[in-house]
Design a protein around this ligand. Sequence first.
Ligand code: B12
Ligand code: SF4
Length: 506
Amino acid sequence: MRIILVNPPLDSVLRDGNVDPVTSYLFYNSAPLGLLYIAAVLEQQGETVACVDAAAEKLDIPATVRRLQEFKPDIIGIGSTTVVFDGTVELGHAIKAAMPDVVLVLGGYHVTLLPEEAMAHTCFDVGVIHEGEHAMAELVEVYTGDRKLEEIEGLVYRLDDGTVHHTPHRKTYRKLDELPYPARHLLPPNLYKPVPVDEHAMPKFAMVSSRGCPHACAFCQKSRSGYRSRDPILVVDEIEHMVRDFGVRDIAFVDSLFCANKRRVMKICDEIIRRGVKVSWTCSSRVEVVDKEMLQKMKDAGCWRTRFGVESGSDEVLDFISKGITKEKIRNAITWADEVGLRPKAFFMVGHMPDTRETIEETIQFAKSIPLHDVTVQINTLLPKTPQMEIWQREGSKWGRLINESSSEKSFWEPTFVPWGLESQDVIDYHRKFYREFYFRPVTLARHLEGLESWRDVYKYLQASNLFSFLFYNAEKPSLSMVKGFFTTLRRNQRGYESSERAHGG
Ligand code: B12
Ligand code: SF4
């Protein structure tokens, strides 16, 4: 059978709206591994498979449909998250209008979280809940006439009366080590461009060494909490395969939580060191899992950056979002990571349900007081089936108000929820202030200047100037007044820096 898998294009709100500089850098900076895993299993089964990343290629809907048509598929599979779901529905209808006989399968997070709502859109023939490798392989057998739809676990589809039918639940797949490598050869490797501050060496590829996460932070969707990890030896085999077959020089581990277990991470690092693999990499950590020994080992094995989910600098907010960490633990982990040379980066959010002006200011000051090299600050967004959405449904009016319900606004870069005591514009202003306060400091600038090795590095920062003007000033393009603002803030922070250096005996 001929099957084509597609990462949907961004819809007009994301593509042309205010968040465009962010979406162009952050929404397609690595290959969609979910689709590539499914493609690999289908290829193993002998099917003819292709993949299109319409978002990364900046294809609009008509161009995407043309690409799909050229392949003459029997089945089309689309993977969709909540934020791109409106665009996915548009694409679905356009596909059905152009190719009414082709089977259209919907997979990914949104249909998994809200199957009834997603499958109410008549363009989709079948939905796949949770992970799709085996469900997709079995679905093919339905259309070759060897199986019946109702026999396949983990599917949703509409019955003749329009109701959405669920087949029996499919158990979480645990044998990750038996999966083939993602079919990376199906997408052009040079499609993906990391943000300048995340680029260390090119080509840079993404990889996963585990799935799920043992924790349950309030803002994070829990549908895939069953944590499973791959054998460290096989993880290093895949690293070597990427280096050998694709010339990869840098790897981003995009596991929900790479550092979930110290012993496993130490084994992966020991194996990289033992084999002498020449590659650099980054990963995600939690502050209470790491210690200095582990961070040093990671550095010795080629890790150049670790990312921590910090989210807030207020202990009360951290408690509310069930982060399970304290400011003291954060400070220790970030300090150790910096001391061993891991250039720590942290994720923060403004607009948590209990956030106030004071807790946001406290968070900004906290971020500046620890030796972080970079931050990503997002705007808290209530996604379906997250613990915070459940709190909202139980006691919403106690915490604030939802100001936007459409999927495509749920980008984490525009306010959709506003806590009481703040206006929507305050959330935007604090968000951009966080970036300015953090980056317009001599210490942060010095860290970035140290990383500049060639004119190419300078050029890539210039290329990202629209991203920076959006993050720092909420404007689409840089202007002279921003440059003035930059130097004013820098001078103010320089004075603050000097007096704090004196206070510390510097
Ligand atoms: C890496 C990652 C990214 C990367 C790359 C994404 C990519 N190109 O794949 C980047 C940084 C670009 C990114 C951006 C964003 N992300 Co993100 N990301 C992840 C992360 C950590 C891992 C994804 C991954 O590769 N998993 C491993 C692969 C093997 O699994 P998978 O993708 O889930 O695919 C399986 C199933 O979903 C299913 N499936 C997927 N597609 C299809 C298609 C078909 C036809 C079928 C049958 C099945 C199927 O089968 C796959 C194989 O088992 C997940 C969290 C997580 N651990 O899953 C969040 C996650 C997907 N991201 C999320 C969010 C919110 C975002 C952003 C909005 C954040 C932001 N503000 O920047 C953007 C939106 C991007 C977009 N285009 O929609 C949410 C989505 C929640 C939701 N309800 O939609 C998640 C779940 C994080 C979370 N816990 O809340 N993300
Ligand atoms: S935010 Fe990170 S640590 Fe928390 S539940 Fe989600 S993946 Fe796990």
